[in-house]
Design a protein around this ligand. Sequence first.
Ligand SMILES: [Zn+2]
Length: 94
Amino acid sequence: MHIHISTSRFNAKRIVRFNCPDCKKNSRAIEFFQHYRGWDSTCINCGRQWCDGEWLPLDFYRGVRKENINAAKRLWRKLKDISNEITFEEFEVA
Ligand SMILES: [Zn+2]
């Protein structure tokens, strides 16, 4: 728990059903939680991303939405050891 790898800043992950306001579909979002930041979400239908309810600006390059979806799926697989529960272990380390 004291070894900091690049993924250690994530505390939880989950997939939620939601109505995407961007692609207007009943879609699902892959979400990752970080302390002090909140939930980062990616719509797995259109690739639009937002953080704690705030839309993130969409980068303007070819295939950015597809890349967002792939990045979220890669991260999901990489984060094997976390659940959909937010844990507060980091706060307990004095
Ligand atoms: Zn969408």
